[in-house]
Design a protein around this ligand. Structure first.
Ligand SMILES: [Zn+2]
Length: 273
């Protein structure tokens, strides 16, 4: 019996999808419980609107568990190509982090907003850069631990004690800065010990260079989160949200991505011992 027309069409469409190869199949994401388009946009380094138009989604709230979402640009591969480009530029990038753990500490959280200027909360900026940093480090084969994943309060000693559970690890606390003088801007990275100093230099060189920020240098400071952490530990201040033009940059997805990639590059280049 011949198939009704609409079923025939579906079968042909499905075959076309299959025949177009593994690259297409590789760029399909199956929605799991709790996932959102926003979360996917961050994961695949794209935007919610691109995901919606690419998949013909009219209402982003009507996602269903098990729904297949095609990731824009990945059949020739934007999200994957970024990783691939990185892989080409350095040898065996995907394994460079094997056996190494990076504890990422998104500063502040919950009742502690950190700095706050013109509606911008430092704690949420920290989390955005931290999440992107996690993505890039995982692409390089690092094991990644975040001290917090939600907008929750965590004491400084708790952050250090999480870090102290791991061997062959480093600790990177992510912050944004603020001060009364609204002219002050730029990036600075703090350390409290010799191993931290080398890590701070490696990260800071990449951050200040790739983000083209004023370089305020690598600085010694006995911050308790650095002092209490046994592994090499640094605290990165990614920019001043008290400076209006720097704040306008810091809130953008592109700045956060560049900063996260730069920090990941600094971690990749750091000589672990
Ligand atoms: Zn802070």
């Amino acid at each position: 019996m011949p198939l009704p027309h609409h079923i025939r069409f579906t079968v042909v469409a499905a075959l076309m999808l299959l025949c177009s190869g593994s690259a297409v199949l590789g760029s399909v994401h199956t929605i799991r419980k709790g996932e959102t388009l926003y979360g996917l946009s961050r994961k695949y380094n794209t935007s919610v609107s691109k995901l919606m138009s690419h998949n013909g989604i009219k209402d982003h709230r009507k996602l269903q568990i098990g729904q297949k979402i095609r990731i824009p640009g990945t059949s020739s591969g934007r999200a994957t190509a970024k990783g691939a480009t990185q892989s080409k530029s350095t040898s065996s990038v995907s394994t460079v982090g094997r056996g190494k753990t990076v504890i990422i500490d998104p500063g502040h959280g919950g009742k502690d907003w950190g700095a706050y200027r013109a509606g911008v909360r430092e704690s949420s900026l920290n989390m955005k850069v931290a999440s992107k940093l996690e993505y890039y480090l995982k692409q390089n084969g690092f094991r990644v631990v975040l001290t917090r994943r939600s907008d929750s309060f965590l004491s400084l000693s708790r952050r250090a004690s999480i870090a102290n559970r791991y061997r062959n690890a480093i600790f990177v606390s992510i912050h944004f800065n603020a001060t009364r003088n609204t002219m002050v801007r730029g990036a600075e990275t703090f350390y409290a010990g010799a191993a931290g100093r080398q890590l701070a230099s490696s990260i800071h060189r990449e951050l200040a260079g790739k983000c083209r920020m004023k370089n305020r240098g690598v600085r010694f400071a006995r911050f308790s989160v650095l002092v209490q952490t046994k592994c090499p530990a640094v605290l990165v201040e990614c920019g001043f949200i008290s400076n209006s033009s720097e704040r306008a940059r810091c809130v953008t997805n592109s700045f956060q991505t560049t900063a996260a990639r730069a920090i990941a590059d600094g971690i990749r280049k750091y000589r672990w011992r």
